[in-house]
Ligand binder design. Sequence first.
Ligand code: AP5
Length: 212
Amino acid sequence: MIVLLLGAPGAGKGTQAALINKKYGLRHVSTGDLLRAEVAAGTPVGKSADAIMKSGALVPDDMILGLLKNALKTAGKGIILDGYPRTKAQTEELIKLIQNMGEKINAVINIKLTEKEIVDRIVMRRQCKKCGNIFNLRFIKNFDGKCPKCGSADVYQRPDDNEAAAKHRLEVYHAQTAPVVEFFKDKDFYKEVDGSKPVEKVFEEIEKIIGK
Ligand code: AP5
């Protein structure tokens, strides 16, 4: 099973992908996470991608394709793809890749959210390095610097999670990723969910699409 999660930056793709992974056992492949791992490891790809990501622009298609091909070598129980495709060229490459794997796209789920809510969510997002938990300071009273899930103090803010980069990411999304949504919109496996609802309500909508 292949599920594509679309949505503007901060719409909740990573949050929902973690829940889908837990319930359905599908592997979460996030191109943002793949790139951040390259940056952390200081590889040539990571060195080239670092400044581009901080600015909120997209890294070149050929750079991301190499990482993606590697991550999609085996489908296993299935894959949730988060953050790819983001351009028309990436969409074409993905369709070829999935055909070569002998798989098909089962669902494209677009998480919709207003721009104001997106920027608010992004600047208040934090992530735990130890358990990977993504959370938001807006929902935590008297934040003590520790992960609310595992208690680790190894909590960080992404370098592109500031207002200026978030706004640029949104501009890039409208210019380069909106055509991807248009490409899938008339397919019967394309569905939209309201990302403004609480996390568990958004997930209920997704469960209805994937199946209980
Ligand atoms: P990437 O890491 O993919 O970032 P993104 O698409 O901008 O998405 P985010 O991770 O910011 O948000 P999300 O939708 O996952 O939201 P989350 O669940 O965290 O990409 C980063 C960069 O890498 C790009 O800018 C680009 O440079 C590069 N890149 C990546 N893929 C690429 C590609 N294919 N081609 C070229 N370049 C690429 O939620 C956000 C916050 O909201 C969290 O705090 C969360 O707790 C909270 N939240 C989530 N759901 C809810 C809810 N329902 N209610 C209230 N709060 C919620």
